[in-house]
Each structure stands twice: as C-alpha cells, then as structure tokens.
Design a protein around this ligand. Sequence first.
Ligand code: NDP
Ligand code: 8X3
Length: 251
Amino acid sequence: MKRTVLITGATSGIGLATAKLLARHPFRLILCGRRLDRLNALQTELTGLTECKVLSFDVRESEEVQAALQSLQGDWKDIEVLINNAGNAHGLDPIQTGKQYDWDAMIDINVKGLLYVSQHVIPGMTERKSGHIINIGSIAGKEVYPNGNVYCASKFAVDALTRGMRMDLNPYGIKVTGIHPGLVETEFSLVRFKGDEARASQVYKGYEPLKAEDIAELILFTVTRPPHVVLADVVVLPTAQASATIVKKDL
Ligand code: NDP
Ligand code: 8X3
C-alpha cells in the first residue's frame, strides 16, 4: 500500500524534485502550489509512476487552505507524510529599510502558511496515531546573517515550531523532522530579488551549490527510515559552505 504524501511548494525547486523522486517509490502524492499549470504538467509527467492529486492554493489564505484540504475525498484524506516546504525569502534589506510587504509575505507564507496547512493535516494523524511531518527550515533558521533579519526570523520560527510539534505530537507516535539546507540553486534567489536574474545567478557563482535533488534524496531517506527511527534535525550544506556567511568561492 502506497503512503500518501502532501508536498507544499511542488511547482518548483525542492518540492518539485521531491515529488519527482518520491513518485518512483511507494508513495502517492498530493501536489500543492499556486501555479496550477505547473501542477497539472507535473501530474501528467508522473502519470504511470504513481497516482497524484493536485491542490492549487495560496498558503497565506487560511480559507483557501481549508477548502483545498477539505476537498480531498476518501482515503486521500489520510495524509501520512506532510512536507511543509512552501516558502521563500522576499528581499534582502537591512531592517531600517525593509519593506513591510516583504515582511508580511515571509511571516505569512513561511510561518503562518505552514501552520494553516498543518492544522488541517494533524488531526488525521493524531486520530490514526501515526504520521510524519517534515518542515523545511534553513541554515537561516539556525544562524542570523546580515540583512537576513525577517527571513531568518521566519525560519527560526519554523525551527521552533518543528521542536514544538515534536513535543506535542510525541504521545501520538508522530514523527517530526526539521531539514535545514544551506545554499540550494532553485528559483529561491529569483524570488528574493524579485525576478532580477543577474543578481539571482550571482548567488550561486564560484562554488557548487546544493541542487534541489540533493534535498529530495535526503527527504526520501528521512521518510524511509524504520518506524522506530526519526531524523529530528538535519542541517545540510554545500561542501563549500561553512556557515550562513562563510562560503569558499573561486571567483
Ligand atoms: P522555489 O522558489 O524554487 O520554490 C518555492 C515553492 O514554494 C514554490 O513551489 C512555490 O509555489 C511555493 N510557494 C511560495 N509561496 C507560496 C504561497 N504563498 N502559497 C503556496 N505556495 C507557495 O524555492 P526552494 O525550492 O528553494 O524553496 C523551498 C523551501 O526551501 C522554502 O521554504 C525555502 O525557504 C527553503 N530553503 C531554500 C533554500 C535555498 O537556498 N534555495 C535553502 C534553505 C531553505 P507557487 O509559486 O507555485 O505557489
Ligand atoms: C535559504 C538559504 O542562506 O539564502 O534559506 O538564507 S539562505
């Protein structure tokens, strides 16, 4: 029997790579994101590998999240693995000139969005007394870096929520994992720099960053451990990266 996995942010980067990899293993997938065209294309691509459902919603919108998750029918409601991956950085400004709309986006998506999705998935897990929640944090949730202020705060919050979930859900045998990547080349920097491709690509020059597939492999390893094993907290960096601010670059 395939386990049902819900992946937020499956239209791009880490979520997309994870969907493609898990589809080749005994999982069926609920693919989430705002860009419905990408979700539909992914569902088509994965046809023949596994069954997929597509749910298009904005994690910022509590009512949209509720409606999407309540639209699941039958045993598709029994989500066994929740991958809270949707998120981004918006801007890279010092606190004194940061934009409120960027702050709102990061807090609303990375923190409140994660909570909105989780609140509709957790009751099924507690009822069944099983499940696995994987929260994608960041090295930015372990260390603050200059101009990272609110993005770092949002990822510190993800780390705190991960630890809190692990405590509160412990009586129910639910696994909770925090995965905290360093620099991964995805659309992340393009979003952070508002579509400025030159600035975004500069972030990944002069060293070999992680690929989304590297994180997908880690997620696959995490969800295929035996019942008595949980990877609680994993920081994963490119070899060239020693901390949030130290990256060996050959430029
Ligand atoms: P991408 O920009 O490639 O992917 C982000 C995903 O999040 C997209 O699928 C996007 O889907 C989804 N998303 C963003 N906003 C919303 C929203 N409001 N509602 C629903 N879905 C949303 O970046 P990554 O793959 O790199 O990022 C994935 C996660 O990994 C994020 O939480 C990020 O913070 C984290 N991370 C990334 C690192 C990196 O260096 N790349 C390092 C450490 C952590 P859509 O736009 O279709 O809604
Ligand atoms: C993404 C990695 O270093 O840009 O979370 O914050 S970093």
